[in-house]
Ligand binder design. Structure first.
Ligand code: C5P
Length: 223
């Protein structure tokens, strides 16, 4: 039988990355952080001086991306790209902004489809991104669309970057988030939108714990 799949889509800063990781841990399932793939493509392009709007070359990078996901002894995420550990580098706003640019290129998205579907392995997969429930796993048993107000999302992103010791400016972040939302929602291919059968959770005034509990409750009903 196909592996069980739970998708969590939503805009940046909605908390879906943290929620997806915690839900995957609780269920003992695999995790797909699809945004990391687009960030890796952008990061690789930027480090090779490939223009982010060069469709052929960014698609080639997406097709040949040599990436390995893992964790260090302390359980911290590690992402290896061509032999270098780049988990911090791909979390910068520059890589995030670049990700949303290459993510608008149909050939880049197409190159990543099979790679993403391959994550669906027993006992199950929690997949987080923008189009997990709409494009990559349309047959998923449970689809969550996690959102929050733009102000709250900017504030969370700010705290997240601070915690990682990365520089951040709240006003600039708010603007970048608004711009990224606009680009993600208005692109012709796989725009950010809830699947018709998605459960919508607005986390603006919810703690991460409360969101995780709600998702696990829905998962217990469905799986
Ligand atoms: O979720 P994260 O902020 O890491 O994603 C970075 C960018 O990658 C998003 O702004 C979006 O443009 C793109 N993305 C996408 N489809 C996904 C995941 C991410 O287009 N499934």
């Amino acid at each position: 039988p196909p592996a069980a799949v739970l998708t969590i889509d939503g805009p940046s800063g909605s908390g879906k990355g943290t929620v997806a990781r915690r839900v995957a841990d609780e269920l003992g399932w695999h995790l797909l952080d699809s945004g990391a793939l687009y960030r890796l493509v952008a990061y690789a392009a930027l480090s090779r001086s490939v223009p982010l709007d060069d469709e052929a070359r960014t698609a080639e990078i997406a097709r040949t991306l040599a990436v390995r996901f893992g964790a260090d002894a302390g359980g911290n995420e590690q992402i290896w790209l061509d032999g270098s550990e780049v988990s911090r580098e791909i979390r910068t706003e520059r890589a995030g902004d670049g990700a949303s640019r290459v993510a608008a290129i149909p050939a880049v998205r197409a190159a990543l489809v099979a790679r993403q579907r391959a994550f669906a392995q027993a006992p199950g997969l929690v997949a987080d991104g923008r189009d997990m429930g709409t494009v990559i796993f349309p047959e998923a048993t449970l689809k969550i669309y996690l959102t929050a107000s733009a102000e709250e999302r900017a504030r969370r992103r700010y705290n997240q970057l601070k915690d990682k010791g990365l520089g951040a400016n709240l006003a600039a972040l708010s603007q970048e988030i608004a711009e990224r939302d606009r680009r993600d929602a208005s692109r012709p291919i796989a725009p950010l939108r809830p699947a018709d059968d998605a459960q919508i959770i607005d986390s603006t005034s919810m703690s991460i714990d409360a969101v995780v509990a709600r998702v696990l409750e829905l998962a217990a009903e469905r799986f």
